[in-house]
Design a protein around this ligand. Structure first.
Ligand SMILES: [Ca+2]
Length: 86
C-alpha cells in the first residue's frame, strides 16, 4: 500500500495478513504512523521488539500469517512516534 505525500495513518486490525507499505517515512518528525489494534500488539515497545531488518526493509512480525513490511526503512530510523496502539 502507498500513503502518498503528507501524513498517513496505516491501520492494522484483525487478521491483516502480509502487508507492504511502500512509502513509509520513519522518524519522530515524520507524520506517517502505523497503528495496530491492541489485540495485535499491547504496546509500542512490543512492535519495536517484533521489528527486524530484512535487507533494506523493516519487517514487523506479529505471527507467521501477519506481517507488515516497511519498504526502504532501517531499524535505526524507527522511533516510538512511528507507531500507535489503538
Ligand atoms: Ca505519507
Amino acid at each position: 500500500m502507498t500513503g502518498g505525500s503528507g501524513g498517513d495513518n496505516f491501520v492494522f486490525a484483525g487478521a491483516f495478513g502480509h502487508d507492504v507499505i511502500e512509502d513509509f517515512i520513519a522518524g519522530a518528525s515524520a507524520t506517517d504512523i502505523v497503528m495496530f489494534d491492541h489485540a495485535a500488539f499491547a504496546a509500542v515497545a512490543d512492535v519495536l521488539a517484533a521489528a527486524s531488518q530484512v535487507n533494506s526493509d523493516v519487517l514487523i512480525t506479529r505471527s507467521t500469517s501477519e506481517t507488515v513490511l516497511l519498504r526502504n526503512v532501517t531499524l535505526a530510523q524507527l522511533t516510538s512516534d512511528d507507531f500507535l496502539i489503538v
